[in-house]
Design a protein around this ligand. Structure first.
Ligand SMILES: C[S@@+](CC[C@H](N)C(=O)[O-])C[C@H]1O[C@@H](n2cnc3c(N)ncnc32)[C@H](O)[C@@H]1O
Length: 275
């Protein structure tokens, strides 16, 4: 298996298929479930935002949304186990992409406003993978899409306008691929006086300091969870050994879930400071 410079195996191939079947069948083997662990924290932040601002129906931008996974969990109150079965089970095997999309639109229609779902919240997905984003939008998981790589490029005027609608910005499994450059461009797109709140689940192996410094300079205050969240199992012993080395080199205590076989993340919540 190919690995990147941090030792983490490269799964890029499953992010760019026209439907989520390869994504879910591969990640199921690795017990990937960070979106499930993130869900109550995102939901709590949305509630806090509503209470603090009086905005009943906020817009949530999901960076690296892929096939619309966080939106599906929050909007339809779905679970990762349910999605693993939905796309990795025998029924999905014989379905066309049009059939998968139709089945997902039914899910959104029937459960999009369900009790327990994030009723009234609008989701915008940002991803550099056009096929994944098209699926997320076609399924109705996201209500708007920004296909961009803001690491490489400034947003276009139309993209800035969509980014500017974000009241909250969330991500799972994406910071690391994206850095303070992408987050800075999103903050720059915000209207004056309405910077979005943020919640990012970030692998411990990726230093968050540069992101925090950039957000601090833009007028944010960041709170870090003490808790660690198990993102997925290591794919190989080699991946585990190299990630443990990366953690040590980054000055992160390697005696965490990584020793027990789990890539693990922390939650970083950034709110505009009351200055
Ligand atoms: C590990 S997946 C996480 C997907 C989803 N958030 C989840 O947790 O299941 C990482 C996602 O980040 C996207 N990505 C990678 N580099 C990106 C970039 N520079 N800008 C936007 N998205 C990017 C990939 O296409 C992929 O969909």
């Amino acid at each position: 298996m190919r690995a990147d410079t941090t030792g983490k195996i490269c799964l890029d191939d499953i992010y760019t298929r026209p439907d989520p079947r390869a994504y879910f069948s591969t990640l199921r083997e690795l017990d990937y479930h960070i979106p499930e662990l993130a869900k109550p924290h995102f939901r709590a932040l949305i509630e806090e935002y509503r209470a603090a601002t009086g905005v009943r129906n906020p817009t949530v931008l999901d960076i690296g949304c892929s096939y619309g996974i966080n939106a599906a969990l929050l909007k339809c109150d779905a679970t990762m186990d349910e999605l693993y079965e939905r796309y990795g089970g025998p029924e999905a095997d014989g379905m066309s992409i049009a059939g998968l999309l139709e089945r997902d639109r039914d899910l959104v229609r029937s459960r999009g406003g369900a009790a327990g779902g994030s009723g009234g919240v609008r989701f915008i997905g940002l991803d550099s993978s056009r096929p994944a984003l098209e699926y997320a939008a076609g399924a109705g998981f996201v209500d708007g899409a920004v296909h961009a790589d803001l690491e490489e490029n400034e947003p276009t005027a139309a993209q800035r306008e969509r980014l500017a609608a974000a009241d909250l910005v969330i991500s799972t499994g994406c910071v690391g691929y994206v850095t303070e450059r992408t987050l800075g461009r999103i903050v720059d797109a915000a209207p004056p006086g309405r910077r979005p709140w943020m919640a990012h689940f970030v692998l411990r192996m990726f230093p968050f300091d540069p992101v925090e410094k950039a957000l601090d300079a833009a007028g944010y205050e960041t709170v870090h969870s003490a808790e660690t969240f198990r993102q997925r199992r290591f794919a190989t012993a080699g991946e585990q050994a190299q990630v443990l080395e990366t953690l040590s080199a980054a000055g992160v205590d390697p005696d965490g879930p990584e020793r027990d076989g789990w890539l693990s993340a922390r939650l970083h919540v950034s709110r505009p400071a009351a200055r």
